[in-house]
Design a protein around this ligand. Structure first.
Ligand SMILES: Nc1nc2c(ncn2[C@@H]2O[C@H](COP(=O)(O)OP(=O)(O)O)[C@@H](O)[C@H]2O)c(=O)[nH]1
Ligand SMILES: [Mg+2]
Length: 188
């Protein structure tokens, strides 16, 4: 399915009444700077719907977007931003966990965004394990595939696939819109 309409609804802190209307939800999670906001912009073909930044750790709340008037995208704060204060990290961690592991939504998909050039980090794998434990519907996006040399892409993707197990892995470039149709097919 394609995206014909996308709009920012509001920033939320964990659960929110807006989420209780039964609309399907697609939540984008990943390390700070993995490219979650860029990915949402690429999928919706809007340059600055989700704010992107060269400075990691900028998303301080869950940004809620309404897609085609019948579905939500959620841009979650990035995890693992080392420069944030301990308090701030705990607070953001609570926000992420509150949405992912406390609230329960029937129609929910989780897109875990990793940096294709870096591969899944320890923290990515820890979060993935928690998502699995909660039996989430998980899709892995290997973003920034444009940063991996063409000749190495196949091997890098195979390595990522092996590390994350049986989950669907979609190679993506938010910069070059590579993987867009495939990912849309998976999530909508
Ligand atoms: N080369 C390349 N850079 C990207 C891609 N996606 C995001 N970036 C860059 O990575 C940085 C972080 O992106 P952002 O979307 O703000 O990450 P977030 O913190 O996960 O939301 C920005 O400088 C983006 O321009 C991609 O597919 N390819
Ligand atoms: Mg962001």
């Amino acid at each position: 399915m394609n995206i014909t309409q996308a709009q920012f609804v509001k920033g939320i802190l964990g659960s929110d009444p807006a989420l209780d209307n039964g609309f399907p939800q697609v939540a984008f999670v990943g390390r700070s700077n993995a490219g979650k906001s860029s990915l949402i912009n690429s999928l919706t073909r809007q340059k600055s719907l989700a704010r992107t930044s060269n400075t990691p750790g900028r998303t301080q709340q869950i940004n809620l977007f309404l897609i085609n008037d019948n579905c939500y995208f959620l841009d979650l704060p990035g995890y693992g931003y080392a420069k944030a204060s301990k308090n701030r990290q705990a607070e953001l961690g609570g926000l992420i966990r509150g949405y992912l592991f406390v609230a329960e939504y029937e129609k929910q998909k989780i897109v875990q965004v990793i940096d294709a050039a870096v591969g899944p980090t320890e923290l990515d794998l820890e979060i993935l394990q928690m998502l699995e434990k909660h039996e989430k519907d998980i899709i892995i996006v290997a973003n920034k595939i444009d940063k991996v040399k063409k000749t190495l892409q196949k091997k890098q993707l195979a390595d990522i696939q092996e590390t994350v197990g049986g989950h669907k892995v979609v190679a993506y470039s938010s910069k070059e819109n590579i993987g867009r149709a495939e990912l849309l097919h998976e999530i909508m």
